[in-house]
Design a protein around this ligand. Structure first.
Ligand SMILES: *Cc1c(COP(=O)(O)O)cnc(C)c1O
Length: 362
């Protein structure tokens, strides 16, 4: 069978692997940026209490959107939910970028390396991806992204903090960037990890969406809320964008259990923030231990660290695997390691102290 041309040429998405057993080691999965603490107890309970499994869920996840609208102080109609923020992003790209009647492809600009799903979502829609290399320090090269804009550009994806390299954009940077971008180009701010940011000038994406009709904020319950297994995320944008998003919505994308758990998590947001703070402290502990051990890694603002190991990436992942730590290698580039349980982080730190294959070390 022959799939569409765009699909035939796609790279396969490779999800983070589970850890392999190793004698004497408790296995830990540090390969998918999951929340090691899990959801708040109220969220786990809420999904057990759902008694309408034989009914279709709310078509537009109305209850969850009402709760979000109330908490974020945005209009209900400016929120579009999806099966994870990846679901919301897929919806957005399919609404705004593809192949035109004349056979010309719309262009979608993003930084690279960034979230592995971007090229797949963009190319599946029939659009052309334009990958702008991140700078040496793992940060978006916003000037180069502005320069990459053409009259075919339909959408720009900003990932902050950037998965997998770690740094977050600043509010000043994004504000200045938006001034350089034509108003008819949709600018997505993918904030999958915004809860973990501790910087002096954090992006206030909601303020940017209020000011700009072309800005879309993407958020998820997968990371800070610890609900990756349920698949729930959302986009926030003005009607100029959401009117089109609704046309391509997958009906019932958010399940009844996902909606119930997400609402319970929102109503215990202080507890969620406490858990996030615990992970942030572990992250900072890991980052400073690595710095003490002589590793130069990019600033990390998410729940993961990036080791720019280049050609040693796969070897490092194998060394971690031998100690039952699953990490995420990107061959020839680096290794992303999620912040996990303290024991997992200790083992990872110890491995970094003793690992001898680092390029540049003799
Ligand atoms: C994890 C992640 C997402 C979203 O995941 P969902 O589980 O689909 O909500 C989106 N963007 C980035 C950059 C991520 O790392």
């Amino acid at each position: 069978m022959t799939p569409r041309e765009a699909v035939a040429a796609l790279p396969a998405y490779s999800a983070g692997k589970p850890p392999q057993a190793a004698e004497g080691f408790t296995p830990y999965k540090l390969s998918s940026n999951e929340n090691p603490l899990g959801p708040v107890p109220a969220a786990a309970q809420a999904l057990r209490d759902v008694s309408t499994l034989h009914r279709y869920p709310n078509p537009g996840a109305e209850s969850l959107r009402e709760a979000l609208a109330d908490q974020l102080q945005v209009p209900f109609s400016d929120i579009v939910t999806g099966a994870g923020s990846l679901g919301a992003l897929t919806q957005l790209i399919s609404a705004f970028a593809g192949t035109g009647q004349n056979g010309q492809k719309d262009e979608v600009i993003y930084a690279w390396r960034s979230f592995e799903a971007y090229p797949i979502v963009v190319r599946t829609a029939g659009a052309q991806d334009v990958a702008v290399p991140v700078a040496e320090d793992g940060r978006h090269d916003l000037a180069a992204m502005t320069e990459a804009v053409t009259d075919r550009t339909k959408t720009i994806l900003l990932c902050t903090p950037n998965n997998p390299t770690g740094p977050a954009l600043t509010h000043t940077e994004v504000t200045e960037f938006l001034k350089t971008i034509p108003q008819n180009i949709v600018v997505v701010i993918d904030e999958a990890y915004f809860e973990f940011v501790r910087s002096a000038d954090p992006v206030d994406a909601l303020a940017l969406y209020r000011e700009h009709s072309n800005v879309v904020v993407l958020r998820t319950f997968s990371k800070a809320h610890g609900l990756a297994g349920l698949r729930v995320g959302y986009a926030i944008a003005q009607p100029a964008v959401t009117d089109h998003l609704r046309k391509v919505a997958v009906p019932f994308a958010v399940s009844a259990v996902a909606e119930a758990a997400a609402m319970a998590s929102l109503s215990h947001i202080d507890e969620v923030h406490q858990r996030v703070e615990t992970i942030v402290q572990e992250r900072d502990r890991v980052a400073s231990a690595l710095a003490d051990a002589g590793w130069a890694i990019p600033e990390t603002q998410g729940n993961f660290v990036w080791l720019p190991l280049g050609s040693a990436s796969v070897d490092f992942a194998q060394a971690a695997g031998a100690q039952a730590l699953a990490v995420r290698p990107f061959d020839g580039e680096g290794v992303r390691v999620s912040v996990g349980e303290p024991e997992a982080n200790d083992r990872f730190i110890q491995l970094c102290r003793t690992y001898s294959g680092r390029p540049g070390l003799s």
